[in-house]
Design a protein around this ligand. Structure first.
Ligand code: WTA
Length: 636
């Protein structure tokens, strides 16, 4: 396998320049280092107006050949996945590239035996165990499209996602360990399956020995199915633009968006960025703490690292179990060299006594990564000083489910870092800042702030929203002409370094998870006593942001703690516990414009206790409501 790594800052600058001057030649060269069954005919075809983006058309490949088969000769005995269980007393599992290849091929035949064909959608609702990796790669092996639903989501969230993309099969585990708790995943699935007529088969992996109720004809155990399956499975021939997976992300309306990624561009984008951002050496051990249910896990636990022949760690548990030293215990035990986590985890660990970090030997570490939300100055320094001991570059990586791969980030040890800055775009990425009039802010040496857009396609951009191309166009390509709009705001300093300032739309990032406020509002409004609600984000010390809900009750209903609890429960049940509002304020009305739109700007300021300057409220339909809300606002 050829190495894609840039080694110096001068290399980076040269590559960047080339990638802008002649993007096709640049990506042609990168793409040619992968294993293709047939070379592509056309590197790029694009039109952001339609919108349409196609990379490497006519090229034939299978992503699992690139993640598995091509390593067998040289890296067959190298550890591909180290699995670290929730319980530190349970044994870790080491899976070599050859073993993973065998397991994936074997399970791919289970899929086939159960009627799954190229193009069929398969939903995965699984804990962080190697079988999740095996199942997703097995789908890719036969050209089935995986749709992974984070195993913290509720039954109705699973059902919605299964139905939206018409999944034929669901793969799950009976139970999952999470810290000191055990969660029954199969029960959640059974409830979801009452509403999903399209699912024909459910494959259940036994993570625990508890008896598991199975539905005759529909539910099958993982191991039983393996017994019946052949071991060898040739990779399906896929077109570069065939669908690889769907992954749902929150939108500004209540409906999640099924982002579609395709085989060729996604492979090229995730692998190129993985190798350049992290700069792994041959025997390094890389650990990304994300859950595979999110894009970070897809791109940087599985596809990017495996296509690079790296050793990637998968952790089943949580940072606080059995105590707050668990992350550092694992780094020490597995001699982790590259550690990639989220600011919310850093902040929660920084609140604990430093002894949890100091009790472990972290000298194996070479580089640290951050992802998912802006990293504040304090967390950045704590991470750099106490975990990296000032010796490890911190790469603050900005990207999105939609971008598939890291877009703006330092390259570890190469790009000069600056606290809270994601710094510079990767080669091939052309960011621009847009002003309030929708004009591009010129790229001068003046520090500027604006809305972040991208003006040229990159290989791993999501191609559409499953079943709703019109929405894809509206959300990403209609704010600015001929540009992809990220939904984020950003600041650019005099030397061109970017700092992401946060979302500028109705998405709030809570503990690194994207939440659409509309989805929480819809769930709250389901309560029989609720007339209307408005949900906004406010800054939270550990979670980054939390949700604040303003709720109007029906006339004769009295606010109560009981009611607050019921409302939180309804959100938990509908969307999952992560979407639960932190604070609920019962109000008699919401500030509205004359056209009936809720003035969220005001509600955000009140929730954030930033009430000195609420702006002009005189144009509101009901300006008096602002004083009432202010008087009863919930501030700690
Ligand atoms: C935010 C996660 C600041 C941003 C990979 C983006 C960040 C959203 C960073 C996408 C970062 C992600 N600094 N903000 N380094 N990384 N974000 O789709 O608002 O779960 O739009 O993808 O997270 O979240 P998603």
């Amino acid at each position: 396998m050829e190495n894609l790594q840039l080694r110096t800052f001068a290399d980076y600058k040269k590559a960047y320049k080339k990638s802008i001057k002649d993007p096709e030649a640049f990506w042609d060269e990168v793409a040619s280092t992968f294993t293709w069954q047939k070379k592509w005919d056309k590197t790029l075809e694009w039109d952001f107006k339609k919108p349409e983006v196609k990379w490497f058309q006519g090229g034939k490949l299978n992503i699992t050949e690139n993640c598995l088969d091509r390593h067998l000769d040289t890296l067959g005995n190298k550890t591909a996945i180290i699995w670290e269980p929730n319980d530190p007393d349970e044994e870790s599992r080491y899976i070599t590239y050859r073993q993973l290849f065998v397991k994936v091929s074997h399970f791919a035949n289970v899929l086939k035996n159960n009627g799954i064909k190229k193009g069929d959608r398969v939903c995965l609702y699984m804990p962080m165990i190697p079988e999740l990796a095996i199942a997703m790669l097995a789908c890719a092996r036969i050209g089935a499209v995986h749709s992974i639903v984070f195993a913290g989501f509720s039954s109705s969230a699973i059902a919605k996602r299964i139905n939206d993309s018409d999944c034929k099969m669901l793969i799950t585990a009976n139970e999952v360990y999470r810290g000191s708790k055990k969660v029954n995943l199969k029960e959640m699935c059974d409830k979801a399956l009452e509403q999903t007529p399209g699912v024909e088969t459910v494959i259940v992996y036994r993570r625990t020995v508890e008896p598991t109720p199975m539905k005759e004809g529909r539910d099958k155990f993982w191991f039983d199915e393996l017994q019946k399956a052949e071991k060898e499975c040739p990779p399906e021939v896929m077109d570069a633009e065939d669908m690889l997976f769907i992954l749902y992300t929150s939108g500004s309306t209540g409906k999640p968006k099924g982002m579609v990624h395709t085989v060729g561009g996604y492979l090229v984008g995730t692998t190129y960025s993985f190798q350049n951002v992290f700069q792994l050496e041959k025997d390094d051990v890389y650990w990304c703490t994300a859950d595979i249910g999110w894009i970070t896990g897809h791109s940087y636990i599985i596809y990017g690292p495996l296509a690079s022949g790296a050793t990637t760690v998968m952790f089943e548990g949580i940072p606080s179990y059995p105590d707050y030293g668990r992350f550092w215990d694992i780094v020490d035990k597995l001699k982790v060299t590259h550690f990639y986590t989220a600011p919310t985890a850093i902040r929660s660990l920084a609140k604990q006594p430093l002894s949890f970090v100091e009790n472990h030997d972290l000298s194996s570490l070479k580089a640290l990564g951050s992802v998912g939300e802006p990293i504040n100055e304090e967390a950045w320094h704590w991470y750099n000083d106490n975990v990296g001991k000032g010796n490890c570059p911190v790469v603050d990586t900005w990207w999105q489910t939609e971008t598939g791969a890291i877009m703006i980030s330092p390259l570890a040890g190469i790009t000069p870092t600056r606290p809270t800055f994601a710094t510079l775009p990767l080669p091939g990425v052309q960011p621009v800042l847009m002003d309030n009039e929708g004009e591009e802010i010129p790229n001068t040496t003046e520090p500027v702030e604006g809305r972040l857009a991208i003006k040229f396609p990159w290989p791993s951009i999501a191609r559409t929203i499953y079943g709703d191309h019109q929405r894809y166009k509206e959300v990403y390509f209609s704010t600015f002409e001929n540009k992809y709009f990220t939904g984020d705001g950003a600041y650019r300093d005099a030397t061109g370094n970017y700092r992401i300032t946060g979302r500028v739309d109705d998405i709030v990032i809570v503990s690194g998870h994207n939440l659409g406020t509309a989805a929480t509002e819809n769930a709250i409004d389901e309560h029989e006593n609720v007339v209307e609600s408005a949900v906004v984000g406010f800054p939270h010390e550990v979670k980054g942001n939390a949700l604040y809900a303003y709720v109007i009750l029906y006339d004769k209903v009295e606010p109560s703690e009981e009611l607050e609890k019921e409302i939180k429960d309804i959100v938990s049940q509908t969307l999952g516990p992560i979407a639960k509002p932190e604070k609920i304020q019962f109000v008699s009305g919401l500030p509205k414009t004359r056209s009936g739109k809720i003035m969220r700007r005001i509600l955000r300021k009140i929730a954030s206790n930033d009430t000195d300057n609420l702006g002009d409220t005189s144009t509101l339909l009901n300006p008096e409501i602002v004083d009432e809300i202010l008087a009863e606002a919930k501030h700690d």
